[in-house]
Design a protein around this ligand. Structure first.
Ligand SMILES: O=C(O)CCC(=O)C(=O)O
Ligand SMILES: [Fe+2]
Length: 241
């Protein structure tokens, strides 16, 4: 588990690598990350305060994600196991975010504009609000709904579906009210990714719809994304043919 401090620059998928990649990004938050799959941590390696709930929550999210990948596969006209068999549900990384109340929210951001560098993200947010998605060049509030989860398509799902599914750009604004707590679970093997190549799914391609992206490994993509940082630009364009 890695703990990151408020004001310290970190990518939204932090690791030691991203901690070292210090930039001027003044995020108004504290975040810890934890790889839950495929190498599930031993309970004693996790803080007592969240040990049981984190491991149990991870199991539920893994079940939910697996179902979502089946439904998405069917929606794409593929065999229900297609996305799972490609390894989309192989890894699960969770970030626990703590956004303190901010006296001058206009001077900072909770999390700057980005799209996620995974296949799919499941976000649990509390009642405070602050998450926004970019839609038709406007920031739209994703208002908290009790008991609801937010599901985002990540860059890697956009890449392998050749733009059929689009990753969403989003940000979190700082707030006078707080703290705000959110838990984001990323379907991705992250820095521990294998070097297996993934590219646009052949079954989705045709003469009229040639591949829009070159093949890459998840590891390569994640490292490129982290090196670039959350500068508001898309890492996907680097892989566009
Ligand atoms: O805190 C949130 O609601 C979202 C955080 C986020 O976008 C991320 O961790 O990638
Ligand atoms: Fe995100």
């Amino acid at each position: 588990m890695t703990r990151l401090s408020t004001g310290g620059a970190c990518s939204n998928h932090p690791s030691l690598l991203s901690i070292m990649n210090i930039s001027a990004a003044p995020y108004w938050r504290d975040t810890f990350n934890c790889y839950l799959y495929p190498d599930t941590p031993k309970p004693e390696d996790l803080p007592i305060v969240c040990r049981d709930i984190l491991l149990e929550y991870g199991q539920h999210i893994m079940k939910l994600g697996t179902l979502l990948f089946e439904l998405l596969s069917e929606g794409l006209g593929l065999n229900p196991n297609h996305l799972k068999d490609m390894g989309c549900a192989e890894g699960l990384i969770t970030l626990g975010h703590y956004y303190p109340a901010c006296p001058e929210p206009h001077l900072t951001m909770g999390t700057t504009k980005h799209s996620d560098n995974d296949f799919l993200t499941v976000v649990l947010q509390d009642h405070i609000g602050g998450l926004q998605v970019l839609y038709e060049d406007k920031w739209i509030d994703v208002n908290p709904v009790p008991g609801a989860l937010v599901v985002n398509i990540g860059d890697l799902l956009q890449l392998i579906t050749n733009d059929r599914l689009k990753s969403v750009e989003h940000q979190v604004v700082a707030n006078h009210v707080g703290p705000r707590i959110s838990v984001a679970c990323f379907f991705c093997t992250g820095a521990r990714a294998s070097s297996k190549l993934c590219g646009p799914i052949k079954e989705l391609l045709s003469e009229d719809n040639p591949p829009k992206y070159r093949e890459t490994s998840v590891a390569d993509y994640v490292l490129y994304y982290r090196a670039k940082g959350l500068d508001g630009t898309s890492a996907l364009s680097h892989y566009r043919i």
